[in-house]
Design a protein around this ligand. Structure first.
Ligand code: PLP
Length: 408
């Protein structure tokens, strides 16, 4: 299965522009956020032009249309990850908020002093800090599945941790630095064997390959629209029905209630119980359009394309003297290539590449503990999506040779 990259690129207006130096935009930063196709931009534009109104509260035509669009998008998002029911999709602002929602509601209702939560050493700060905050409040215990020398998780160490009877296992499906795709189904099965609840950080998996929550048997899964061709400001939390049903609400206010008295309230049914206040309506419409768009290209075709680009990028980057790559072999990872270049700070690498329009990210990529483990403050990171080409990888590689020349 192959995809027509030229055709795809033509649907992303931003890829047609030039930078201030007249260079073509070579966007290798989709792990941070993806670009948006016309289908998404136009869906949001149409919404504001034709249907804008507040949802769930009006009987007039526009309110009904806006509500229908908002809820239709939820159905699309639910189907995209094979959720049994759209009620199991809670709109959030992003993956970060999805994980915070679980920590805040499920965590506070179910975790007490001394309870064990297992995370991994390769987590994004979004899947660390919410648990740190809960630890400060509840004195829960945190343990971490180590990352091995081959940049994969040490599952033997995980099995040993499971013997301590964790209440929760929360882990990233795919690392945003190493690109490592973790064996989510197995991690979840082992957690369930000891009665632990699981949270999957799907920020980097859901945009890049087909994810089926029923097949994974995930209890919770969070992801962000902006990383999957959709807008910023909206994401989703999937949860198993019984868990979501039992959880107390997150934020309080309009829409999340069934009834309010001066001194009390009754929460609404799912999913509204977790969606207080006027939500990101146009963004939900854009989220739905992004899902339609990705499905029209085909998730397997996208994954295969990214695999080919990544394999090529790793081969070419490996050839460059002084480049050290962080991450497993291409067969175990998604479209991310984090690297250091001897004697040059990663920020300098990124800045010099930018002169030729090559956009990569430099820093700790919100995974400071992982970088600390490797004894480095930062890496440069190129990341790939459905619109990237081998030609762009060549531009990255040529750019790195230029950096080497500049730094002698
Ligand atoms: N988890 C991972 C693995 C990520 O890569 C990111 C973002 O880069 C996040 C969580 C947080 O996503 P967001 O900033 O959209 O909440």
């Amino acid at each position: 299965m192959s995809l027509n990259v030229n055709e795809i690129r033509s649907q992303f207006p931003i890829l047609q522009r030039e930078t201030a130096t007249g260079a073509r935009v070579v966007y290798l930063d989709s792990t941070a956020t993806s670009q948006k196709p016309l289908a998404v931009i136009e869906a949001m534009n149409d919404y504001y032009r034709r249907s804008n109104a507040n949802i769930h509260r009006g009987v007039h035509t526009l309110a009904e249309e806006a509500t229908a669009l908002y809820e239709e998008a939820r159905v699309k998002v639910a189907n995209f990850i094979h959720a049994p029911h759209p009620q199991q999709i809670i709109y959030t602002r992003n993956t970060t908020e999805s994980i915070n929602l679980v920590a805040y509601t499920w965590g506070r209702a179910n975790l007490k002093m001394g309870d064990l939560v297992i995370l991994t050493e390769m987590e994004h700060h979004s899947n660390l800090v919410p648990w740190h905050m809960l630890q400060a409040e509840r004195d829960i215990r945190l343990e971490f599945i180590p990352v091995r020398a081959d940049f994969t998780l040490d599952l033997d160490a995980y099995r040993a941790l499971l013997e301590q009877g964790p209440k929760l296992v929360s882990f990233t499906h795919m690392s945003n630095v190493l690109g490592t795709i973790n064996p989510a189904r197995e991690i979840i099965r082992l957690a369930h064997d000891v009665g632990a609840v699981t949270v999957v950080d799907g920020a980097q998996s859901v945009p890049h390959f087909a994810v089926d929550v029923q097949d994974l048997d995930a209890d919770f899964l969070g992801f962000s629209a902006h990383k999957m061709c959709g807008p910023t400001g909206i994401g989703a939390l999937y949860g198993k029905m019984d868990l979501l049903d039992e959880m107390p609400p997150f934020l309080g206010g309009g829409d999340m209630i069934k009834e309010v008295k001066l001194r009390s309230f009754r929460p609404n049914t799912l999913p509204h119980k977790f969606e207080a206040g006027t939500p990101a309506i146009a963004e939900a419409v854009g989220f739905g359009a992004a899902v339609d768009y990705l499905l029209s290209v085909g998730m397997d075709a996208i994954a295969e394309h990214e695999h080919q680009i990544t394999e090529y990028a790793l081969d070419r980057l490996e050839e460059i003297p002084g480049v050290k790559l962080f991450g497993p072999t291409a067969d175990k990872k998604g479209g991310v290539a984090a690297f250091t270049l001897d004697g040059v700070h990663p920020h300098d690498v990124a800045q010099i590449l930018d002169r030729d329009g090559v956009a990569v990210r430099a820093g700790h990529h919100c995974a400071q503990p992982l970088h600390e483990k490797f004894g480095i403050p930062a890496t440069s990171r190129a990341s790939f999506y459905l619109y990237n080409t081998k030609d762009e990888v060549d531009m990255l590689v040529n750019g790195i040779y230029k950096v080497k020349e500049l730094f002698g």
